[in-house]
Design a protein around this ligand. Sequence first.
Ligand code: SF4
Length: 236
Amino acid sequence: LEHVPYTVLPGEVQPFSPTTLTGQKLLEMFQRLLSHFGPQNWWPADTPLEVMIGAILTQNTSWTNVEKAISNLKEKGLISLERLLSLPAKDLAEIIRPAGYYNIKTKRLKNLLTFIAGQYDGDLVRFFNQETDVIREGLLSVNGVGHETADSIVLYAANRPLFVVDAYTHRIMSRHELAPEEATYHDIQSLFMDHLPEDVSLYNEFHALMVLTGKDYCRRNPLCRDCPLNRWEGRG
Ligand code: SF4
């Protein structure tokens, strides 16, 4: 198989030789998306805590709505574990209202922060300084944190190489017949992680690019004609 370098961040080229046909296909897909959209440098947040807050707020809503909620929190100086925990739930719900499902998200946010405060004295560095599996299992033990939210936090806040699978990724892989429609989160995550190098920058960019592809092109009614993945793996 061909030895192909890929560029993730400007100036950063990492050699990668796919050892399987699936790995080669995934690399080709990544390169097409990267050259179409350019590097995304996610997650759009200043601190790991802000990533965690954003990961809860973005559940079932667009990032534009999350931005408004985060901006409200910033204006009030509330990107702080202690201050968020001591804020009454009804006040927090009002502040994050633009993100939608604000009562549920208030509970989930409080659950997550209570877990960090209770188990780790509120010390995020201590929490993130553990084995990846321990961080992930800890997050998944919190009511309201599912696989996508947990893995987003692991990848974007803890900087550990876990591939994040969202509904767009599932749809794109299934439409290109690389995964069956009934594939589980774990099946699709393994598809990427078994065939790509364990690389935080690669997983970071790849997930961001899949989200853009889904939002812009791979909608319920797909806009294949203009999509960068048109004529790739059986579509077009
Ligand atoms: S080519 Fe069509 S099916 Fe494939 S990702 Fe683009 S929009 Fe979706």
